[in-house]
Design a protein around this ligand. Structure first.
Ligand SMILES: NC(=O)c1ccc[n+]([C@@H]2O[C@H](COP(=O)([O-])OP(=O)(O)OC[C@H]3O[C@@H](n4cnc5c(N)ncnc54)[C@H](OP(=O)(O)O)[C@@H]3O)[C@@H](O)[C@H]2O)c1
Length: 194
């Protein structure tokens, strides 16, 4: 029988500008309050109020969070690093040496009964590995209709994804400070709930 870790659905969430840039100088290249609020709402919302969602991120994304937002509140934070990170001073923050190790742990340990949704929140390699995984379920991608100077980019998106609707996602063009953006949701047709 396949173990529970195999059925974890990976939901990716990212915002990218016209050149598919996602970051600059280990920060976001833009300041879009509405988009950040959307990120917080999507990654925090649970149906079961006794559960939290898991956010999985690379070490640089963790480093990029301002101290006052660290760890991301009301979510179980998982940070990937190949070195020995010590984040024990933070409550409910967990470190893993690989994505595989992380998924195995959250699917089989004490985590299993206390989380609802797994969100992959970047950066580049963590998105890439997640989209290559058979557990890749959805990509929530905000497309920003502007070019920003970036040094970090979203990886190549598989051609076969299908655009779907999620009632929690606002439709149509959003606008803030003259910057327009659209929330898209893409599903991996190869994902099989086992
Ligand atoms: N626009 C968006 O939606 C969005 C989302 C997230 C981040 N960002 C931006 O993107 C930038 C950060 O992303 P990034 O791609 O540079 O870095 P990142 O993926 O956040 O972090 C890279 C680090 O994570 C660790 N790591 C990555 N994959 C791993 C794996 N499979 N196993 C173990 N460790 C792994 C390694 O840490 P060690 O070096 O410690 O081994 C690696 O150096 C920032 O500018 C941030 O603001 C934007």
């Amino acid at each position: 029988m396949k173990n529970k870790a195999m059925v974890i659905k990976l939901n990716l969430i990212a915002a990218a500008c016209e050149n598919m840039g996602i970051g600059k100088g280990n920060n976001l290249p833009w300041r879009l309050r509405t988009e950040l609020d959307y990120f917080t709402r999507m990654t925090s919302a649970t149906v079961d109020k006794n559960k939290k969602n898991i956010v999985i991120m690379g070490r640089r994304t963790w480093d990029s969070l301002p101290n006052k937002f660290k760890p991301l509140s009301d979510r179980i934070n998982c940070v990937l690093s190949r070195s020995d990170l010590d984040l024990k001073k933070y409550q409910d923050v967990h470190t893993f040496k690989s994505l595989e190790q992380c998924l195995e742990k959250i699917g089989n340990s004490e985590f299993r009964d206390r989380f609802e949704t797994v969100w992959i929140i970047g950066g580049t390699n963590v998105y890439k590995e997640s989209m290559e995984s058979e557990q890749f379920y959805r990509l929530y991608l905000t497309k920003i209709f502007k070019h920003f100077d970036c040094d970090t980019f979203f990886p190549k998106i598989p051609d076969n994804l299908i655009e779907v609707r999620d009632p929690a996602v606002p439709e149509g063009t959003q606008k803030e400070k003259d910057v327009e953006f659209v929330y898209h949701v893409y599903e991996n047709p190869n994902f099989k709930a086992l």
